[in-house]
Design a protein around this ligand. Structure first.
Ligand code: SF4
Ligand code: SF4
Length: 187
C-alpha cells in the first residue's frame, strides 16, 4: 500500500473485512455505513491542517478495512474532540465516537505500545480538564454564544464548573502524576 496526501493505493491484501465488521458491531449507533464522503466533517475539523488523514479519509480507510493503516495513523491521536465533525455530518455519522473506539483498539492491539504520541494526547486532555474542567476550554465569547443558543432553545445556561471538586478528584486519583510518569517512560 502507498499513501500520499491525496491518494491511497491499496491492494486486496491490505483489506481486512473483519476490521470493518468490528467497527460496525462496536459502534452500532454511529452510522459509519451512512458516510457518502462529502467531506463536510473534514472541512470543519479544527485540526485538519495538522494531520495526514482528516475525518472523511479515516472513514474511507475504515470502510475499506485498512486495519493497519488506520490503527497506526498518528492522526487518530491528534483529534481535540471538539465534535465539529459529528455536529456537521448530514448523514448522522458520529465520527468523534468512532475515533474514540479506534484509539481504544489501537492501544489494545499494540499499535501504539511504543509510541509517545498517545500519552502526549492523554496528558493534554488531563491538563485541560485540570485547568478548565473540560476537555475543551470554551472561551468567554464562545460560552456567551452557546448560552444564547441554549436560551433560544429553552435550555438553562451551561452550569458553572466546580473546579475545587475536579481538583479534589484528580488529585486523589493522581491523574497528572500517573500520566506524566507514563510519558517519561515512553521518551
Ligand atoms: S460529513 Fe458525514 S457523510 Fe460527509 S464525509 Fe463526513 S462522515 Fe461522511
Ligand atoms: S472531533 Fe476531532 S476529528 Fe472531529 S472535527 Fe474535532 S478535531 Fe476533527
Amino acid at each position: 500500500m502507498t499513501v500520499d496526501n491525496i491518494r491511497i493505493k491499496v491492494t486486496m491484501k491490505d483489506m481486512d473485512p473483519e476490521f470493518l465488521k468490528e467497527v460496525i458491531e462496536k459502534c452500532r449507533e454511529d452510522n459509519i455505513l451512512n458516510c457518502y464522503q462529502c467531506g463536510i466533517c473534514s472541512s470543519g475539523c479544527t485540526i485538519s491542517k495538522d494531520i495526514i488523514s482528516p475525518p472523511h479519509r479515516l472513514i474511507a480507510m475504515t470502510l475499506m478495512g485498512l486495519r493497519d493503516q488506520v490503527l497506526s495513523d498518528p492522526s487518530i491521536w491528534i483529534c481535540s474532540y471538539c465534535h465539529t465533525c459529528t455536529e456537521r455530518c448530514p448523514k448522522n455519522v458520529n465520527f468523534s465516537h468512532i475515533l474514540a473506539f479506534l484509539r481504544n483498539i489501537s492501544a489494545e492491539y499494540g499499535y501504539t505500545s511504543k509510541e509517545e504520541l498517545p500519552w502526549k494526547t492523554y496528558k493534554g486532555a488531563i491538563d485541560m480538564n485540570y485547568d478548565f474542567g473540560a476537555g475543551i476550554a470554551l472561551i468567554t465569547s464562545q460560552l456567551a454564544k452557546t448560552n444564547r443558543v441554549r436560551t433560544k432553545l429553552g435550555l438553562p445556561p451551561i452550569p458553572k464548573i466546580d473546579m475545587d471538586e475536579i481538583h479534589k478528584i484528580m488529585d486523589f486519583l493522581k491523574s497528572r502524576e500517573r500520566v506524566s510518569k507514563k510519558l517519561e517512560e515512553k521518551k
